[in-house]
Design a protein around this ligand. Structure first.
Ligand code: ATP
Ligand code: MG
Length: 484
């Protein structure tokens, strides 16, 4: 987050508006206490003329002069002048009223600027004896003697006393303005920093969205490239394999023992390359979601038997015992049998490959109770509880007594091209694609694959596949995209 900018950037360097920052209750209390103590009216105006506090009782004299049209106009003019007359350099001015009374006006200053004014009055200056001639001039109909009597009831205030009251009021009010302004600036700063954080968050989200879009595009291009390259490589490779096979069989004439050996090597390497290319093709199709799974009712037993039959010669050659232990309980899967066969061929092939002579590979299949899909609302939860006994899953454990996979590597082996021992002296061959294909096919069937250690040594790959019914019971949102 960027640094909080200095005050003026946030609140602007405009003069503060007193009505925005001042605490009205505190202002009112203060004016009331002055009025109660000295009997003088107190009004506070903001610099633009807004009246912020008004604590005054109407004087008898004022009421009387307001009854007569001429003096009412003079009274109005006096009030307007008191609101607008400019206090002198010392910030104070006394403005006389045509009745002989007076107003004392004091500027309110904040950070060197005049932000408002206090108007004290009307009051009778201590030296006032007779009403001035201006009273009679305001309206001939005015009873000057009566006005004089009423003026005598107005509190008399000495100029020094008035200046002290005004000074005290000014200081206290400026303190209120100072603290109110501080609180106002703090809240503005807070608001600004929240807005700033929100804006930064939005910027980051936008940048992340753009990056995600770019990455998706790069990923799509990569998958397209892989698919095209693999496809283009496969055609010439099929010719190399076919012709080397024909040569080895002597169709083009007898070969010497040495020639035979070379041709068989070409053939074997060609097959290896073809497997790699097919793996890449599968992976890119699975990644881009273009591999269509042919969903059909299937049982796990026959698939596993076929896998064992396919890999029995490899195991025998390596002198590794290969066993199938299936409870043969029926459990219908909605699966692409060809792809599931690919999953277990990869797992059993790995198990045999990474198990030394004399070891054992066991494929164990069990039908177990499936996890009921948990609903978000009560109705769904009740439905899930009723379905629970019907929901089944198949668990297949491929265990071996081989070299094992260290615990820290067990998640990584599912990444494409990841091999635990990737040194150039690696004796097992392969490209590291098998398990990433396994994981993607299992995911696409709504299942899970994980690795455990085998005691005392070796590895167990566990594949869990939900039954067709369990998958139907799952919420549509939980069905993997490949199946939805
Ligand atoms: N049963 C196992 N025992 C020990 N290590 C294993 C076992 N299965 C897999 N691994 C480790 O996981 C790595 C990745 O396996 P994966 O099947 O993806 O690749 P690969 O067998 O090396 O090559 P490919 O399958 O593409 O021919 C292996 O290279 C190996 O290090
Ligand atoms: Mg493999």
């Amino acid at each position: 987050m960027s640094e909080v900018p200095p005050n003026q950037d946030v609140v602007g360097d405009q003069p503060i508006a007193l009505e925005d920052v001042v605490d009205r209750d505190a202002l009112d209390d203060l004016c009331k206490s002055i009025h109660a103590l000295f009997g003088i009216g107190v009004r506070v105006y903001a610099s633009q003329g807004a009246l912020l506090a008004n604590v005054a009782n109407e004087l008898e004299l004022c009421r009387y002069v307001n009854e007569v049209p001429g003096s009412r106009a003079a009274c109005g003019a006096t009030v307007i002048a008191a609101k607008s007359v400019a206090p002198g350099d010392d910030g104070e001015v006394t403005h006389p009223c045509f009745t002989g009374l007076a107003y004392h006006i004091v500027s309110l200053v904040h950070e060197g600027r005049r932000v408002g004014r206090i108007v004290l009055g009307p009051y009778a200056p201590a030296g006032l004896r007779e009403p001035p001639p201006s009273l009679a001039q305001a309206d001939k109909r005015l009873d000057v003697a009566r006005a004089s009597d009423l003026a005598a009831t107005v509190p008399r205030v000495k100029q020094e006393a008035l200046q002290r009251i005004a000074g005290h009021l000014k200081e206290t009010l400026e303190l209120i303005i100072f603290s109110s302004h501080k609180a106002w600036v703090t809240s503005k700063l807070h608001l600004y920093s929240v807005r700033e954080s929100y804006r930064e968050l939005q910027d980051k989200t936008t940048r992340l969205e753009q990056t995600l879009t770019r990455l998706k595009e790069v990923d799509r291009l990569k998958s397209n490239f892989l698919a095209t390259m693999s496809h283009e490589l496969r055609t010439p490779l099929t010719s190399i394999i076919g012709y080397s096979e024909m040569l080895a069989e002597g169709i083009a004439g007898e070969l010497s023992a040495e020639q035979q050996e070379y041709v068989r090597t070409i053939h074997a390497k060609g097959e290896q390359l073809l497997r790699l290319i097919m793996g890449l093709l599968d992976l890119s199709k699975l990644e881009s979601g273009t591999m269509s799974l042919r969903q059909a009712p299937a049982q796990i037993g026959p698939i596993l038997k076929e896998v064992i039959t396919t890999l029995a010669p490899v195991a025998r050659k390596k002198e590794v015992e290969l066993a199938l232990d299936s409870d043969d309980a029926p459990c219908e899967l909605a699966a692409d049998a060809e792809r599931l066969r690919q999953v277990f061929i990869n797992l059993v092939d790995n198990a045999v490959k990474f198990t030394p002579k004399g070891g054992k590979v066991t494929v164990r299949a069990r039908v177990t109770a499936g996890a009921a899909p948990s609903g978000d609302d009560d109705d769904e939860a009740a439905g899930a509880a009723l379905l629970a006994p019907l929901l089944k899953q198949v668990e297949v454990r491929v265990s071996d007594t081989g070299i094992g996979i260290p615990a820290a590597e067990r998640v990584k082996v599912f990444e494409a091209f990841y091999q635990v021992d990737s040194s150039s002296t690696r004796e097992y061959g392969g490209t590291g694609l098998g398990l990433s294909i396994v994981k993607r096919i299992v995911d696409a069937h709504g299942g899970q694959v994980s690795v455990e250690g085998n005691e005392p040594n070796g590895t167990v790959f566990v594949v869990v596949l939900p039954s067709a019914q369990t998958r139907r019971a799952a919420l549509p949102s939980r069905v993997p995209p490949a199946l939805a």
